[in-house]
Write a protein that binds this ligand. Structure first.
Ligand code: IPM
Ligand code: MG
Length: 360
């Protein structure tokens, strides 16, 4: 059966980077004669502008029926003033929740050639290779009750950080299994010194470690992890965390690698359906200038081939092409140390040339 792929470019540089990714995808479809059915829809602010909603029912239905969703980025200052439900970010949260995409895999790795682009000293950052497994459909992002009460004095706002045992088990399972395929080290991150929900999380993860005797499990408090990621990031292999702490830690981890423009992510549900997006956002400040780095989006396509499209071989080929691209010295503006750099539109043709060369 044909695999269905939905492309959601979104806003800002989301459009530029997905168009580069689409060129690479189309090349592989032609080369391999893949039976893929592609569709493209607006999402986020651009969907709001056209349809009055950041995520239309039709787009959501298409997403539910897709094997893989390739998502650019959403948001921008022009939509900042919108009401809560109309904000571009709601499209992202709605897709995650409606598709049950609970497991967010955010790798942070360094190409050693880019060490000088990292804010950290070379000897601290070299060989960085971390995987952050972030819980994506629960915790304080979605916990009820929540709200803003403005008819009392003083007015207040509140949210609920809540995890049940099943939610913790299923994300911990993903993390333990990822660790088994890597260096067999897992660090679970929470705030068990302050929050009951974290104390409970720690207990469940500890209990589960009995099923994975080969994995060395440690626990860390989120504030300490934020510091340790900067002081000694190579102590980590896999990190597992809830939605909010995972959000924060993955931004820190991403920036260590030189440029957030390099890192992909996958958000998976229990039936291998996945949404794939770069870790960076819509970067309105550089949108339309043709200088965005599309590598994170192209690497997200590799993750889609690996986790949803049953072509790990093509995932490896894309990753290898990206590696070659970097080792040949090609640099987009975010990575360039001089005023010479490659424009966004030049990246896909060059990745495709490498894919061809490496295939022969
Ligand atoms: C992310 C983003 C989102 C999040 C925002 C845009 C809703 O920061 O994917 O990390 O907080 O999850
Ligand atoms: Mg974030």
């Amino acid at each position: 059966m044909a695999k269905k792929i939905l492309i959601l470019p979104g806003d800002g540089i989301g459009q530029e980077v997905t168009s580069s990714m689409s060129e690479v995808l189309q090349y592989l479809i032609d080369e391999q004669n893949l039976d893929f059915q592609l569709s493209e829809r607006k999402v986020g602010g651009s969907s709001f502008d056209e349809f009055g909603k950041p995520l239309t029912e039709e787009t959501l239905d298409m997403a539910k029926n897709s094997d893989a969703i390739l998502f650019g980025a959403v948001g921008g200052p022009e939509w900042d003033g919108l009401g809560w439900d109309d904000r571009p970010e709601q499209a992202l949260l709605g897709l995650r929740k409606s598709l049950g995409l609970f497991a967010n895999l955010r790798p942070a790795f360094l190409f050693n050639e880019l060490a000088s682009a990292s804010p950290l000293k070379n000897h601290i950052i070299e060989n960085l290779d971390i995987l952050i497994v972030r819980e994506l459909t629960g915790g304080v992002y979605f916990g009820e009750p929540r709200g803003i009460v403005d008819n009392e004095t003083p007015k207040y706002g509140f949210n609920t950080m809540i995890y049940n045992e099943d939610e913790i088990r299923r994300i911990a399972k993903v993390a333990f299994e990822a660790a088994m395929n890597r260096d067999k080290k897992l660090c679970s991150v929470e705030k068990a010194n302050v929050l009951e929900v974290s104390k409970f999380w720690r207990g469940v993860v500890t209990e589960m470690s009995a099923e994975y005797p080969e994995v060395e499990l440690s626990h860390q408090l989120a504030d300490n992890t934020a510091m340790q990621l900067v002081l000694n990031p190579n102590q980590y292999d896999v990190i597992v965390s809830g939605n909010l702490f995972g959000d924060i830690l993955s931004d820190i981890a991403a920036t260590l690698s030189g440029s957030i423009g390099m890192l992909p992510s996958a958000s998976l549900n229990s039936s291998s359906q996945g949404m794939y997006e770069p870790c960076h956002g819509s970067a309105p400040d550089i949108a339309g200038l043709g200088i965005a780095n599309p590598i994170a989006m192209i690497a997200s396509l590799a993750m889609a081939f690996e986790y949803s499209l049953e072509r790990v071989d093509l995932a490896r080929r894309i990753e290898s092409a990206i590696k070659t691209f970097i080792s040949k010295g090609y640099r987009t503006k975010d990575l360039s140390t001089s005023n010479k750099f490659m424009k966004t539109e030049e990246v896909a043709p060059s990745i495709i040339r490498i894919l061809q060369d490496e295939h022969e």
